[in-house]
Design a protein around this ligand. Structure first.
Ligand SMILES: [Zn+2]
Length: 123
């Protein structure tokens, strides 16, 4: 068995190699390799039922269907974007908490002074 180091880093996908097709007068063409988005449909919306072929496991690099490739890339971008939004929301939350903490510190110091507790440390 040949070791494929590159495949170790790549996550495995379920792929569909469409059966070769023939165009009259132009010869036989290899079917495109599609990637499954879920149990039934590929990223370009094919199903094994309508696009018969061989289901096998491979990586994104094996995919030759341009629609699948593009669709996978935008899915990835979407995932990255969502991750970024999540991080940004967490940072905002942290900043708000910090600001509130700061405001509370100042508020409690000034109200202590107002209440005559002058020996409360100012910083
Ligand atoms: Zn496809």
């Amino acid at each position: 068995m040949r070791l494929q180091m590159n495949d170790v880093a790549e996550s495995k996908l379920r792929l569909l190699k469409a059966a070769p097709y023939e165009i009259a007068g132009r010869g036989t063409f290899n079917g495109k390799i599609h990637a499954f988005r879920d149990a039934e449909k590929t990223f370009c919306g094919q199903t094994v039922e309508f696009c018969p072929g061989k289901v096998f496991s491979g990586t994104a690099q094996d995919v030759t269907c341009r629609i699948c490739t593009r669709s996978m890339a935008s899915q990835e971008r979407y995932d990255e974007q969502r991750e970024e939004w999540k991080q940004r929301a967490a940072q905002d939350e942290q900043r708000r908490e910090l600001e509130h903490q700061r405001w509370w510190d100042v508020y409690s110091r000034t109200s202590n002074r107002r209440n005559g507790k002058r020996n409360a440390p100012l910083c």
